[in-house]
Design a binder for this molecule. Structure first.
Ligand code: ISL
Length: 563
């Protein structure tokens, strides 16, 4: 590999959502000790990096994405000593540990914000405080400083009785936005990041990091008909000082110098932005998470899902492959704690096709160029939660969207269908370690998936044809073959609605990936593909028939072509 190529370009990341991973003390919530106890499950996949969703002190309004103290561990997850032990255990297995960095906002219970509530405090300017709109009585309808909406519903501004002013919160009202324009805020964040690095952490996944620079002065945005709030994303995302802040952070924390892992989660991040943020000539970010490919099946919003049109997904990924081929770097993901389970979304979660479709999805994703992410449970083909009533949901986004949609007159049936398909709790049900559950000895904070008796770690890992074994194979292949890591990508048959076909080429090494992404047999137009004569079959999602002419449902194959 080119020595200037960063180490993560050959890595695979495993994301742990700690509250749902493994509960060691019976309180119904996963914890750090639970992760330590199950580390061999993760290491056994062959991954290189473990990313933990937030475990810091938090009132848990948004499951820990509302942080009250960046340098303390929430008692529900354990102690700092546990985290030090986890860091050591991760390192002992040759893996790296990446923490979630949530610094667009804090919790309203963070000491900084508590202080900031006092208008006379030197920290007043650490958050985004504004008086009521001109001519309006503070606290009355329409008096918010701008018409911005919150991602979780309602206004993006909360009124503070005591001072008569409003603070900005792009997420819940318990998640006030930090004011990144203030250099003291930035230095405090960098100091905290250095503190974690000194403790042994190897990098950060940066939560909604492209929202830290807003367009000033803050002003009303365009409004869609029928919507009281504006979501004109350009006002809050990819702002004029973002690049400056990212470069400053990189320098002050020593990100490039220490070869730290970084991935920026970015709403409204297109290819051009991604290139700008990840180009290697600059010291900004290692890679970004875009939302483009996980928004293709939303009509208006995420509560109005539409069936996925396979060519859209293939072509979107291909565009990013080409766009970041020369410079920058791709992250590759189908799932995380905010997205539904991919086997339910893009695959077929019926008992007949679940395993094969989970393996086919893994095959296509892992044969792209970039850093693949495996979200806990994906490696055993977990399915959506299957909730049918609002009282089954715990997610603040789901509860807020439900309330707002009902207020807007959307029939509840439709709202529940939308949440059932796209809600974030779909991916947050506890890890089913055994057919009985094995997540906790107490009452789990969110019900286990109803499929646990048949979809669980013990059964899947024991099956040589299971999903876990397939992931192991794919991850090993990335390690073995440079063409998987570095080969040029070419999408074939882009308009085919069932087949996902592409090649990867590096020098005279060439791979052909052919996958039937449907629950019906598919004919392969062999004449339009490179010949597989004498090719070696490296990976197959189902026991393949002898020829490639007709593919069984969810039959995905990787061939190494003859030079
Ligand atoms: O999933 C989403 C897209 O509709 C949003 O709900 C999500 O909030 C957004 O993608 C940003 O996500 C990140 O920041 C949020 C937190 O709730 C998410 O869990 C986190 O991944 C606020 O910190």
């Amino acid at each position: 590999m080119n020595p200037s190529t960063p180490w993560w370009s050959s890595s695979v990341v495993y994301q742990v959502y700690p509250r749902s991973f493994a509960d060691s003390d019976g309180d119904g919530y996963g914890d750090v000790r639970g992760i330590i106890d199950h580390l061999d499950h993760i290491a056994g996949l062959g991954v290189d990096v473990v990313w933990l969703s937030p475990i810091f002190a938090s009132p848990q309004d948004d499951n820990g994405y509302d942080i009250a103290d960046y340098q303390a561990i929430d008692p529900m997850f354990g102690t700092l000593a546990d985290v030090d032990e986890l860091t050591e255990a991760v390192h002992a297995r040759g893996m790296k540990l990446v923490m979630d960095l949530v610094v667009n906002h804090t919790s309203d219970e963070h000491a900084w914000f508590v202080e900031s509530r006092d208008p006379a405090s030197p920290k007043r300017d650490w958050y985004v405080w504004r008086p009521a709109r001109d001519g309006f009585e503070p606290g009355t309808p329409g008096a918010e400083p701008t018409n911005w909406g919150s991602f979780f519903g309602g206004s993006g501004w909360a009124f503070d009785e005591a001072s008569g002013e409003y603070y900005l919160h792009l997420f819940s009202r318990k998640q006030p936005d930090l004011n990144w324009e203030n250099p003291e805020v930035r230095q405090a964040v960098y100091a905290m990041m250095r503190w974690w690095i000194d403790r042994g952490v190897d990098g950060f996944r940066m939560d909604v990091i492209n929202l830290i620079s807003k367009t000033h002065p803050l002003a009303d945005g365009a409004v869609n008909p029928g919507d009281p709030y504006s979501f004109e994303i350009e006002r809050v995302a990819n702002g004029p000082r973002l690049v400056e802040f990212l470069e400053e952070m990189n320098r002050e924390v020593g990100i490039t110098e220490k070869r730290l892992f970084t991935v920026g989660e970015m709403v409204a991040c297109d290819l051009e932005h991604a290139r700008e943020y990840t180009a290697r000539e600059h010291d900004r970010l290692g890679m970004v998470f875009t939302f483009e490919h996980v928004s293709l099946d939303h009509a208006g919003g995420k509560l109005s899902p539409i069936p996925l049109h396979l060519p859209d997904l293939k072509k979107n990924l291909a565009r990013w492959q080409e766009g970041l081929a020369e410079d920058g770097w791709n992250s590759l993901y189908f799932e995380n704690h905010d997205q539904p389970r991919s086997v339910s979304r893009f695959g077929d979660d019926s008992p007949e096709h679940r395993v094969a479709s989970a393996k086919a999805l893994a095959t296509v994703l892992h044969l792209h160029q970039g850093t693949p992410y495996v979200y806990q449970g994906q490696e055993i083909g977990m399915t959506n939660a299957g909730f049918t009533r609002i009282d089954q949901y715990r997610d603040i986004e789901a509860v807020g969207m439900h309330r707002q949609a009902l207020e807007a007159g959307v029939p509840e049936e439709q709202v529940l269908a939308g949440l059932g398909a796209m809600g974030r709790d779909n991916a947050r049900t506890p890890m089913p370690w055994t057919p009985e559950g094995g997540f906790t000895t107490g009452t789990p904070w969110l019900p286990l998936n109803a499929t646990t008796a048949s979809v669980n770690v013990a059964d899947d890992v024991a099956d040589p044809d299971g999903v876990y074994a397939h992931y192991r194979r794919l991850i090993a292949l990335r390690r073995e073959l440079e063409v998987v890591r570095m080969g040029a990508f070419e999408l074939l048959l882009p308009e085919d609605e069932k087949l996902w076909v592409f090649t990867r080429t590096l020098g005279d090494e060439r791979l052909l990936v052919v996958a039937n992404m449907s629950s019906h047999a598919a004919r392969v137009p062999l004449a339009e593909l490179p010949s597989i004569e004498d090719a070696e079959l490296l990976v197959a999602s189902v026991h393949p028939g002898t020829d490639l002419q007709t593919l069984a449902p969810w039959d995905a194959r990787v061939y190494r072509l003859r030079a």
